[in-house]
Design a protein around this ligand. Structure first.
Ligand SMILES: Nc1ncnc2c1ncn2[C@@H]1O[C@H](COP(=O)(O)OP(=O)(O)O)[C@@H](O)[C@H]1O
Ligand SMILES: [Mg+2]
Length: 204
């Protein structure tokens, strides 16, 4: 990427075409974003391994968290022309949770969905059930093969056809959700899409 940035700089100095420089800047910013995500994943995984991921609980509004995450990350990560749909009821009760950790879960699930989906839809849905909140991130992408499925939560596991990435995202999601007393699981059909669902207990 630094070579690419250097090219853009030279092009700019030589009075290069605005459109072409803009295109390069966009790619550099999206690459920088991807790298920042990777660094955060490595730090999160290290914290987990060393038993240093401590939750700081407060009353969390899921709708607000999803909107904040989407505002920061959706457009920068959406390289494959995907559409976003949010279905979160206004009256959804709040949960006792660590907002910054829950954001990491959303970032990981949304970035995965965007990476494996082309010209499709990412649907984020939340609902209250008895004693817990259920959140779903669903995509219309490539799906996960039955061979990959049992391994996706493992640290460093990357699917057979996934070149980029650390293989840490889902390992981190699982740890964070389970430390909140929730559950997380995936359902997928190859060629049709994938649905990740997690629950969080409602405070008594
Ligand atoms: N939404 C999705 N659609 C298709 N495959 C997915 C999706 N989310 C995760 N996967 C598969 O699960 C693997 C593990 O995901 P993750 O832990 O986030 O690692 P990474 O994204 O760094 O590869 C991915 O490599 C990919 O094969
Ligand atoms: Mg990932």
């Amino acid at each position: 990427m630094s070579g690419y940035a250097q090219n853009a700089e030279i092009e700019l100095l030589n009075g290069g075409e605005k459109r072409s420089v803009q295109e390069k800047l966009k790619r550099i910013s999206s690459e920088a974003n991807r790298m920042a995500l990777m660094v955060t994943q490595i730090l999160d995984a290290t914290r987990i391994e060393e038993g240093r991921m401590v939750l700081e609980l407060s009353s969390c509004d899921i709708d607000g968290l999803v909107r904040e995450t989407v505002e920061t990350y959706f457009s920068v990560l959406n390289k494959n022309n995907n559409r976003l749909a949010l279905r979160i009821p206004l009256e959804l009760p709040s949960v006792e949770a660590d907002p910054s950790r829950l954001k990491r879960v959303f970032v990981n699930l949304i970035s995965n969905a965007l990476k494996h989906t082309y010209n499709g839809t990412i649907l984020i849905k939340a609902e209250a059930d008895e004693g817990f909140i259920k959140v779903t991130v669903k995509d219309t992408g490539s799906g996960i093969s039955p061979e990959d499925m049992p391994h996706i939560w493992e640290r460093y596991y990357k699917g057979k056809h996934s070149e980029t990435g650390t293989g840490l995202g889902l390992f981190i999601c699982k740890f964070i959700i389970e430390s909140h007393g929730g559950k997380i699981w995936a359902e997928s059909e190859l060629g049709k899409g994938t649905e990740f669902t997690f629950t969080l207990p409602l405070s008594k």
